[in-house]
Design a protein around this ligand. Structure first.
Ligand code: PMP
Length: 400
């Protein structure tokens, strides 16, 4: 009976927020979860989201079930945002798009598709990667292995290791790639490196599988942040892309995202879509409507779309400012001569500090700064006012 159920360990990312809540010290700082905060460290609802919601209220939109594949207007704009509206993959109807339960649910649905129609196929994931990737493939019973990605010596990309490991993958494997703003390292391949990655994937008959959780958040430009995915699509490759609107529209709790499967023909895409629906139906029947409507209204309306881009630039700009200020504080206060420039080179919401597990624990136990045990800090949860305190905590933890 239930007496025999053992206690599960806390989640390595969401567990950090639970520990933060329980801390009563006034100096505490939550840099664990990747959620955007204002300079006052408050959650932020985008103006365009409020406007879209007002529109929905005014129209008196109903709460009927969505079809299994989700809201048609959402599926259309989400694929266009990702690939560009004029992309041949869209014109040729080669993309099967299904609304998912944000990035996580969309990845999980793709994993279920792999498990069912590519039995035994392996997914290659970067070392390190977002903590939940392993859980998702484990629970879907999809085997995975890691490819080298992060080089602690250079605090940069181990490009040669990455290429060598991808070359070794069995034919027909999936290669999971972060479309932009790699989590947790904040280190992305250069455009030239993306071309080489595509070369190897093409040569070895592998299937690229993109996780796009930060479109617009890495560079501030939606198009630039989708360039990796578009490069692969332009080669005529089949690919899988999971999307999330948690970060770029701040819709964390609405659970809105999509899975896009690009096939070699419209016919195959229709069949893939039918199977994605078949997998979704017994799991959650059909997806929620609210977030889908918000995205459809914002992306589908030229005025709101432009406002969204301006707000996203503001968010990305605030993160760049705290990145700069943190770097300046680290460089001026640390007398050891350590080179902190990696903080500036990393992009997106996070900084991968290189702090060990023990050093990360010092950050929390002594300084009340909460971060994941791999030494990742979310700069989206940092204010300019707290940069000096954080720099003190990091320097102390590094040298102790
Ligand atoms: N992939 C990556 C790399 C992420 O960082 C995240 C969010 N932390 C997600 C997927 C999914 O988030 P969500 O399920 O909220 O869309």
């Amino acid at each position: 009976r239930f007496e025999g159920v053992p206690m599960a360990p806390p989640d390595p990312i969401l567990g950090v927020s639970e520990a933060f809540k329980a801390d009563t010290n006034g100096l505490k700082l939550n840099l664990g979860v990747g959620a955007y905060r204002t300079e006052e460290l408050q959650p932020y609802v985008l103006d365009v989201v409020r406007k879209a919601e007002n529109l929905m209220l005014e129209r008196g939109d109903n709460k009927e079930y969505l079809p299994i594949e989700g809201l048609a207007a959402f599926n259309k704009v989400t694929a266009e945002l990702l690939f560009g509206a004029d992309n041949p993959v869209i014109k040729q109807k080669r993309v099967a798009t299904v609304q998912g339960l944000s990035g996580t649910g969309s990845l999980r649905l793709a994993a279920a598709l792999i498990e069912r129609y590519f039995p035994g196929a392996k997914v290659l994931i970067s070392s390190p990667t977002w903590g939940n990737h392993k859980n998702i493939f484990n629970d879907a019973r999809v085997p995975w292995s890691e490819y080298r990605y992060y080089d602690p010596k250079t605090v940069g990309l181990d490009f040669e290791g990455m290429i060598a490991d991808i070359k070794e993958a069995p034919e027909g494997s999936f290669v999971l790639l972060h479309g932009c703003a790699h989590n947790p390292t904040g280190i992305d391949p250069t455009p030239e490196q993306w071309e080489k990655i595509a070369d190897v994937i093409q040569e070895k008959n592998l299937i690229p599988f993109f996780d796009v959780a930060y479109q617009g958040f890495a560079s501030g430009s939606l198009d630039a942040d989708a360039s990796s995915v578009r490069l692969f699509a332009a080669r005529g490759l089949e690919l899988v892309v999971a999307q999330s609107y948690s970060k770029n529209l701040g819709l964390y709790a609405e659970r809105i995202g999509a899975i896009n499967v690009v096939s070699s023909s419209a016919d195959a895409a229709a069949r893939v879509k039918s199977q994605l629906k078949r997998l979704a139906r017994p799991m959650y029947s059909n997806p929620p409507i609210h977030g889908a409507r918000i995205v459809a209204n914002v992306v589908g309306d030229p005025a709101l779309f432009n406002e969204w881009k301006a707000e996203m630039e503001l968010m990305a700009g605030r993160i760049k400012n705290v990145r700069q200020k943190l770097y300046e504080n680290l460089s001026s206060k640390d007398k050891s001569g350590k080179d902190w420039s990696f903080v500036l080179k990393q992009i997106g919401m996070f900084s991968f500090t290189g702090l060990s597990k023990a050093q990360s624990e010092n950050m929390t136990n002594k300084w009340h700064v909460y971060l994941t045990k791999d030494g990742r800090i979310s700069l989206a949860g940092l204010s300019l006012a707290k940069c000096e305190y954080l720099a003190d905590a990091i320097i102390d933890s590094y040298h102790n």
